[in-house]
Design a protein around this ligand. Structure first.
Ligand SMILES: CC(C)(COP(=O)(O)OP(=O)(O)OC[C@H]1O[C@@H](n2cnc3c(N)ncnc32)[C@H](O)[C@@H]1OP(=O)(O)O)[C@@H](O)C(=O)NCCC(=O)NCCS
Length: 215
């Protein structure tokens, strides 16, 4: 599913059930040694997906411990992203692009009160204009997912926090979205990063989003 919204040069792997027998590297194990079963399961399946995607690029199995602010630590020269939600885990990796962020969410409305805290008034107006299709996509959840993908692509480049109100997301029905940064971005190739382009997909009760920053 996720590869449908990723460009050439980005390898992905996904699972809809937790694969049995996945062994963590000691430095990964240390991060979930005292975690509850749900957290351990999603972390382990995420690492499985990450190593599967890396194998598609020719990399041997390596540890991918959580690094700065929880971002995965990839082998030198690799960028990537991991996501997990109920019934879905995925990873995307690349040696071609500058950054990639992926996110998955159940295609369900956000819990009451959440939209107001994660969105800008202008974004809520845009969502209202998209209407409320009976079977989804649930635009409020899609907005949230797009923001998560933006953050996951932003963080490895900027190495700092980006608040939900610091990027203006505009979702289009055609499966794309844009993010305009409302704070100064890092310089990339001599020019400041001012925004992102992303893609989204609703399928099988899931929403997936991706953001790719090309060289
Ligand atoms: C970190 C965050 C993005 C994770 O998203 P989520 O929808 O809660 O959870 P997901 O399952 O999709 O993703 C979790 C994975 O994100 C990755 N991740 C965590 N912190 C990260 C960071 N700083 N940078 C990049 N990736 C990160 C990890 O791989 C993590 O999985 P793991 O711990 O098993 O390795 C989210 O919890 C968060 O802190 N958001 C606040 C910042 C934000 O979204 N700002 C919006 C800007 S417009």
């Amino acid at each position: 599913m996720i590869e449908r919204i990723l460009p050439d040069g980005v390898a992905a792997a996904e699972v809809f059930d937790d694969p049995p027998g996945v062994v963590l590297f000691p430095e990964e194990e240390a991060h979930v040694a005292r975690a509850v079963a749900k957290r351990r399961a999603e972390f382990t399946a995420g690492r499985h997906c990450a190593r599967t995607a890396l194998a598609a690029l020719g990399f041997p199995p390596v540890a991918i411990p959580p690094g700065e602010a929880g971002s995965p630590t990839w082998p030198a020269g690799v960028v990537g992203s991991i996501t997990h939600c109920a019934g879905y885990r995925a990873a995307a990796v690349s040696t071609d692009v500058l950054s990639v962020g992926i996110d998955a969410e159940p295609d369900l409305p956000l819990p009451a009160g959440v939209l107001g805290t994660i969105s800008l008034a202008e974004e809520r107006e845009t969502l209202a204009g998209l209407g409320e299709p009976a079977g989804g996509p649930h635009w409020d959840r899609l907005l949230f997912s797009a923001k998560e993908s933006v953050y996951k692509a932003w963080f490895p480049l900027a190495r700092r926090w980006l608040d939900f109100t610091e990027a203006l997301i505009r979702i289009d029905r055609d499966g794309s979205f844009s993010a305009t940064l409302l704070v100064p971005g890092p310089r990339i190739g001599g020019r400041p990063l001012t925004g992102f382009r992303g893609r989204w997909l609703a399928d099988g009760g899931l929403l997936t989003t991706s953001v790719t920053v090309h060289r």
